[in-house]
Design a protein around this ligand. Structure first.
Ligand code: NAD
Ligand code: DAU
Length: 345
């Protein structure tokens, strides 16, 4: 049975991935998470006591702790989700992003390199380090074109710059030390268990609370949306079949302007949970000051993973968004605790 150490497994994508892997089959998961504000143990309540799941509270930047975990569990590999992930927070306070995304990834790589070097050839050959990254490292597109794996890096926010730095370190550890690495660069995720600071859950929960729906600038910035479980499936595909040292772009060809996304959320809520006082949730939309340095457009070309590894997304934006809105409507206790802060342990 394989055993993976997953870092950041209590966050949005990590918790979906841990559940997906545990339910998928014979695999053990050790989740190493620092439990920042973005972590939510409620998100893994249903599998917290599963015999194949263990949780360790800790920092990827703690080299001694990571070394101990590697020696204790002898994993088949490490999948690194741990990061500070919210662009607006990186603009207000970049320090944590440099600390975790750059220095934390460096310490993690050093711990893994030290452990991996001391292993027998068989184990060394089969070990994998998969680094989960973002399409934001490529910067901003104009009206046409797509990000491919060969697009030069041009990060524009402290968040994307810190992720770009971590991607470069991973690349360097493959080329310099031969560490068996893989990197994935994915577009905007959405789905269950996303912390309500990100566009889609924020809009759903604000709408239900009759609060304003703040759209930055004119709402014409474009993001390329992928349902979170399609991302999880892609990561499993890459860790199992990816070629060492390679990077894989992941996206679902779902380009939408932010305003379109917010309209779609409002329309689904109008249908599934009409406002008590009548009218559409669209009435709550307000246009607010733009995000500084706001990237105009992201769009992923995922031909490589689709043709070489056979992955393709299962959800369209329409089916994925409907499932997502439904999930937030059915999980009001999770939402309440995520909003009022009582989710923090
Ligand atoms: P998230 O903010 O929801 O979760 C991050 C998790 O990492 C949290 O549980 C947090 O406690 C943990 N963490 C933070 N610092 C840590 C540290 N120093 N040591 C250990 N754990 C730490 O993030 P997410 O949206 O789930 O994103 C996960 C990863 O995927 C990130 O690396 C992000 O850059 C990348 N990514 C996200 C998206 C997206 O749309 N959300 C898209 C592409 C890539
Ligand atoms: O592209 C992948 C990236 O997607 C990930 O690497 C990041 O971790 C993830 O947070 C996400 O970054 P974005 O900045 O694109 O996501 P966010 O949900 O913050 O914003 C999506 C778009 O919506 C963006 O253009 C800004 C806009 N927006 C966001 C918020 C929170 C609004 O108009 N109003 C808002 O209140």
């Amino acid at each position: 049975m394989k055993l993976w150490i997953v870092t950041g497994g209590s966050g949005f994508i990590g918790s979906n991935f841990v559940r997906y892997m545990i339910k998928f089959g014979d695999v053990r998961i050790v989740n190493l998470d620092k439990l920042t504000y973005a972590a939510n143990l409620d998100s893994l309540k249903d599998i917290a006591k599963h015999p194949y799941y263990s949780f360790v509270k800790g920092d990827i930047g703690d080299r001694a702790l990571v070394t101990d975990l590697l020696r204790e569990y002898h994993p088949d590999g490490v999948i690194n989700f741990a990061a500070e992930s919210h662009v607006d927070r990186s603009i207000d306070r970049p320090e944590d992003f440099i600390q975790t995304n750059v220095l934390g990834t460096f310490e993690l790589l050093e711990a893994i390199r030290g452990y991996w070097n001391g292993q027998k050839t068989d184990m060394k050959d089969n070990f994998r380090f998969l680094h989960v990254s973002t399409d934001e490292v490529y910067g901003s597109l104009g009206d046409d074109g797509f990000f491919t794996e060969n697009t030069p890096y041009a990060p524009n926010s402290p968040y994307s710059a810190s992720k770009a730095a971590s991607d470069h370190l991973v690349r360097a550890y493959y080329h310099t030390y031969g560490l068996p690495t893989l990197t994935t660069n994915c577009s905007n995720n959405y789905g269950p268990f996303q912390f309500p600071e990100k566009l889609i859950p924020l809009m759903i929960l604000n709408a239900l609370d009759y609060k304003p729906l703040p759209v930055y600038g004119d709402g014409q910035n474009i993001r390329d949306w992928l349902y979170v479980l399609d991302h999880c499936e892609a990561i499993r595909t890459v860790i199992e079949h990816g070629q060492l040292g390679e990077t894989y772009n992941i996206g679902g060809k779902n380009e939408k302007s932010n305003l379109e996304v917010v309209y779609n959320v409002c329309d689904l809520l109008d249908e599934m949970y009409p406002r008590k006082n009548g009218g559409s949730y669209r009435q709550q939309i307000v246009f607010v000051k733009d995000r500084p340095g706001h990237d105009l457009r992201y769009a992923i070309d995922s031909t490589k993973i689709q043709t070489l590894l056979g992955w393709k997304p299962q959800e369209t934006f329409e089916t994925g968004l409907r499932k997502t809105v439904q999930w937030y409507l059915l999980n009001r206790e999770w939402c309440q605790r995520a909003t009022d802060g009582s989710y923090r342990w």
